[in-house]
Design a protein around this ligand. Structure first.
Ligand code: SF4
Length: 265
């Protein structure tokens, strides 16, 4: 890493106009527009408030698509992440729905495993998954209730486990899960953010490519995988919280390499 790269913003490090960028933006917008029409009043973007999701929120707002925007407020997010909510309201006029964990479930988890400040999720994968179930999975069910489609910012380049992410899939025979920028590169995401002056999480400038709950997210070094800063103490298995896992589906073979955190010239 050069000194310039160490102090540069995420835009300076990652944005690049790759061949086919304009076509990918147009195709993503077409997917969003078609979904908004097909699921009128029953479609939501579940935003993590990360870079990819901010691109999607910008596309939704810029083109006035009737798609609700919601997030899982786990009670453990960074201040920098929560700071985006008023920015989204001011910039786009969108009040992001916030779905928080149930107080009784939090109390019961703390009684059994200890308070979050003691990092119980680092003691075992089972406890970590139990925490994600309380703070993310159950609130997600409420976020999705009454909705026939949801939008995610998943990309194939994010990790091995996401290498085959489709643009659209049907869950439980009813609800559509749509990933309109599944084929975008990390450089595309940042090129879009730069061109459209999209607000983004300040942690991205501090080498956090993938941002989740504060106790489970850390900065990564250039050359490391984009999701290597999530649950870094777990050495094996997919770094997923369960939001995007198909329990009955075997991992697909890789056809597209995932991206290391790299600078762009
Ligand atoms: S990411 Fe960490 S703090 Fe957040 S729900 Fe999962 S285990 Fe709990």
């Amino acid at each position: 890493m050069t000194a310039a790269h160490a102090t540069a913003t995420a835009i300076a490090r990652h944005a690049k106009a790759l061949p086919g960028y304009e076509a990918r933006v147009a195709a993503a917008l077409a997917r969003l527009s078609a979904a908004a029409q097909a699921h009128a009043g029953r479609i939501v973007q579940a935003t993590s408030l990360g870079a990819e999701d901010m691109v999607l929120t910008d596309l939704i707002a810029r083109h006035r698509l009737p798609i609700a925007v919601a997030t899982l407020d786990t009670g453990a997010l960074h201040d920098q992440t929560l700071a985006l909510l008023p920015q989204i309201a001011a910039r786009y006029g969108i009040e992001v729905e916030r779905h928080a964990p149930r107080a009784d479930a939090l109390a019961s988890f703390a009684a059994e495993h200890g308070k979050l400040e003691a990092f119980p999720m680092r003691r075992s994968v089972e406890i970590r998954k139990a925490c994600c179930a309380v703070r993310k999975l159950e609130p997600l069910q409420r976020l999705l209730a009454g909705r026939s489609a949801w939008i995610t910012g998943l990309r194939r380049g994010q990790s091995d486990g996401r290498a085959e992410v489709p643009f659209a899939e049907t869950e439980a025979s009813t609800r559509e899960k749509l990933s309109p920028i599944a084929d975008w590169a990390w450089a595309d995401v940042w090129h879009y953010i730069a061109k459209n002056e999209v607000p983004y999480n300040a942690l991205h400038d501090a080498f956090f490519p993938s941002i989740g709950c504060a106790p489970c997210t850390r900065a990564v070094a250039l050359g490391e995988d984009l999701r290597s800063g999530r649950w870094w103490w777990e050495q094996d298995g997919a770094k997923e919280c369960g939001l995007h896992v198909h329990p009955l589906q075997a991992p697909a073979p890789r056809s597209q390499p995932h991206e290391p955190l790299a600078t762009t010239p």
